[in-house]
Each structure stands twice: as structure tokens, then as C-alpha cells.
Design a protein around this ligand. Structure first.
Ligand SMILES: COc1ccc(S(=O)(=O)N2Cc3cc(C#N)ccc3N(Cc3cncn3C)C[C@H]2Cc2ccccc2)cc1
Ligand SMILES: [Zn+2]
Length: 325
């Protein structure tokens, strides 16, 4: 409750400071010369996706100038059809998905030459079904998810060899039920989200041992209620997304204590200046603010728009893409 006697609203820790987080996101968008924005300059397209999707989940996407964002995004498109992290940088599959996701947020996918973007992504699929991130060839299951998610949003998943893409992802499944970056790679929550998300989008989740993987995922919850990314690691708010969205996709989310996780995320807020950090009392950033709000949305926190666990977009945006309403 607001306490006017102190001249400012004293927010209890037990609630989401929506107004503060909106103000924080808008202030980061505006700051150009801060250390943070210089460091993040090369991945500004990712930052745009994290910040703008947070605003949309908070019901405040209309506080930004859509035309300004859209013209900047299109200025980041490379002649190859791929998008770069900022104007004049090299294209990468990471930034191409973020650009497409932001255009979807604003219902502006029609400004794209869809074939050009699809050709860029299709060109990154390798013989074994895997995907590289860019022309330098690094292979990672993250890029399989990004390719499948992006082409699915563009409604042209049929342009890649889906069967080989799925079989490559399954070749990265480990005995613990989890997935790694490449075949034999250690299971990690971020990679598990990417592989489970790609399998969900391609209708291939029947290949996953839901009890075995569900067990590995629910074991990520530590005493404080937070989730970590691997055994023995510290909890981190961004795993509230990687682990939780995976548990929801394999229908095992009831295996964790949701109330304790909500409390962990709320404890990571900066109630003065807005923003959410990776764990209590650390510095906030746009990345953890997004994954904290998106995690709370997956936990059905009141006042937030629902988010789709596979597409990492608001459900109303996904419905508009696939059902046109
Ligand atoms: C501040 O040091 C960093 C370190 C790395 C990076 S990064 O490589 O660009 N990146 C995105 C990222 C963005 C921000 C923000 N704002 C903060 C962190 C962070 N990490 C690091 C992190 C988060 N949780 C624990 N760790 C160690 C993830 C990383 C990888 C990633 C990229 C895209 C999508 C998902 C994950 C950026 C800043
Ligand atoms: Zn994190």
C-alpha cells in the first residue's frame, strides 16, 4: 500500500513494482552513452526484444514510439536478409530472431521481405540438420531453437529440413534427460529450454522422457525458492525462465514450489529505481528484468499478460500470428 506520510509510495517487497520497472526500461532505452549501453551496443537488438517484451507483458508497449523502433530495426537488416545487433554490425541468427520478435510485438511482420529472412536462416542449416549462428560456423542447439522459432513465426518452417533439425537436437539428449550445446555436451537449463522449445514448436515432444527431464529440472529449485542452471550452482532469476518454461512445456510445473519462486523473483527487485537483478541485492539489468517479469507471467502473477513458454512472446501476439486475431 502507498504510504503518503513519507511523500513516496513504500512498496512492500511482496509485490511487483510495475511502475518502477516501466520507468527503468524506458530510461535504459533512452540512455545512449552509459557504460551499460556501450557494453551492450553490439547486442542492442537483443536488448530491444528484452525491454519491449517486458513493457508489453506489463501492458505498457504503447509508451514507446513504434515508428522510431521499427525504422531502427530495419536499418539493422543486412543485404543477406539477416539482422545485426546494431546498425553497421554483422548479421547473426541471434539478432534476426530478436528483430522478428519485436516486429511481431508491434504487429508489423508485413514490413518484412519474408523470403529474404527465410533464405538467410535456411542458409545456416548444416548437412547434419544442425544450425550455425552466422557465416563463421559456430554450431549450438541455441541456434536450432532460434531458426525453428523464427521461421515458425514467419510461417515458413517448411523451408528447412525439420526432420533433420529434430534428429540433430535429439542427438544432443543426455542420459540425465537433459540437453547440451552439441552431442555429448553437459545438460544446462538454457540448452534444455532451446531443445524443448524447438521440439514443442515442431510437435516432437513425444521424444522427451518427461519424468526423467522433469526430475532434473525440478531439482534446480534451491532452499531460497530460486532456480539454478545446473546442480550445485547459485540460483539466478533468468533460470526462472529457462527451467520454468521447460517444465510447463513438458507439463511438470507442479513439481516445483511456485509461491517460493515468486517470492525469490520479487526479492530481486530494485524498489527505488526499478529493474530486477539475477539474485537479491545485485545490480539490475534489462535481461534479468525481462526474464523475471516473464517468469512471473508463467507463474500467473496478477496484472501481467500471459506469455507463451515456447515462443517467449505474449500469448495474444502468438494468437495474432497463427490465428490472425
Ligand atoms: C554483464 O555481463 C554480460 C555477460 C554476458 C552477456 S551476453 O552474452 O550478451 N548474454 C546476455 C546477458 C545480458 C545481460 C544484460 N543486460 C546480462 C547478462 C547476460 N548473460 C550473462 C548471464 C545471465 N545470467 C547469468 N549470466 C552469466 C547471458 C548472456 C548469454 C545469452 C545471450 C542471449 C540470450 C540468452 C543468454 C551480456 C552481459
Ligand atoms: Zn542470469
Amino acid at each position: 500500500m502507498a504510504d503518503a506520510s513519507f511523500g513516496f509510495s513504500t512498496l512492500q517487497m511482496g509485490e511487483l513494482a510495475i511502475g518502477k520497472h516501466v520507468h527503468y526500461i524506458l530510461s535504459v532505452e533512452k540512455k545512449k552513452d552509459s557504460f551499460e549501453s556501450v557494453v551492450m551496443d553490439h547486442l542492442r537488438m537483443n536488448g530491444a526484444y528484452w525491454g519491449l517484451t517486458t513493457l508489453d507483458l506489463l501492458g505498457k508497449l504503447d509508451s514507446v514510439n513504434a515508428d522510431e523502433v521499427l525504422s531502427w530495426i530495419m536499418a539493422c537488416q543486412h543485404e543477406s536478409g539477416g539482422f545485426s545487433g546494431n546498425i553497421g554490425h554483422d548479421p547473426h541468427i541471434l539478432y534476426t530472431l530478436s528483430a522478428v520478435q519485436v516486429l511481431a510485438l508491434f504487429n508489423k511482420l508485413d514490413v518484412l521481405d519474408i523470403d529474404k529472412v527465410a533464405t538467410y536462416i535456411t542458409g545456416l542449416q548444416n548437412e547434419d540438420g544442425s544450425f550455425s549462428g552466422d557465416m563463421w560456423g559456430e554450431v549450438d542447439t541455441r541456434f536450432s531453437y532460434i531458426a525453428i522459432c523464427c521461421l515458425s513465426i514467419l510461417r515458413c518452417l517448411d523451408k528447412i529440413n525439420v526432420e533433420k533439425a529434430v534428429s540433430y537436437i535429439l542427438s544432443c539428449k543426455n542420459l540425465d534427460g537433459g540437453f547440451g550445446c552439441t552431442p555429448g555436451g553437459e545438460s544446462h537449463a538454457g540448452q534444455i529450454f532451446c531443445c524443448v522449445g524447438a521440439l514443442a514448436i515442431t510437435g516432437s515432444l513425444h521424444h522427451v522422457d518427461k519424468d526423467l527431464l522433469g526430475w532434473w529440472l525440478c531439482e534446480r529449485q534451491v532452499k531460497s525458492g530460486g532456480l539454478n542452471g545446473r546442480p550445485e550452482k547459485l540460483p539466478d532469476v533468468c533460470y526462472s525462465w529457462w527451467v520454468l518454461s521447460s517444465l510447463i512445456m513438458i507439463d511438470r510445473v507442479h513439481w516445483i514450489d511456485k509461491e517460493k519462486l515468486v517470492k525469490f523473483i520479487l526479492d530481486c527487485q530494485d524498489l527505488e529505481n526499478g529493474g530486477i537483478s539475477d539474485r537479491p541485492d545485485d545490480a539490475v539489468d534489462v535481461f534479468h528484468t525481462y526474464f523475471g517479469v516473464a517468469g512471473l507471467s508463467l507463474l500467473e502473477y496478477p496484472g501481467l499478460k500471459a506469455v507463451d513458454p515456447a515462443y517467449a512472446l505474449p500469448v495474444d501476439v502468438v494468437n495474432r500470428i497463427f490465428f490472425g486475431r
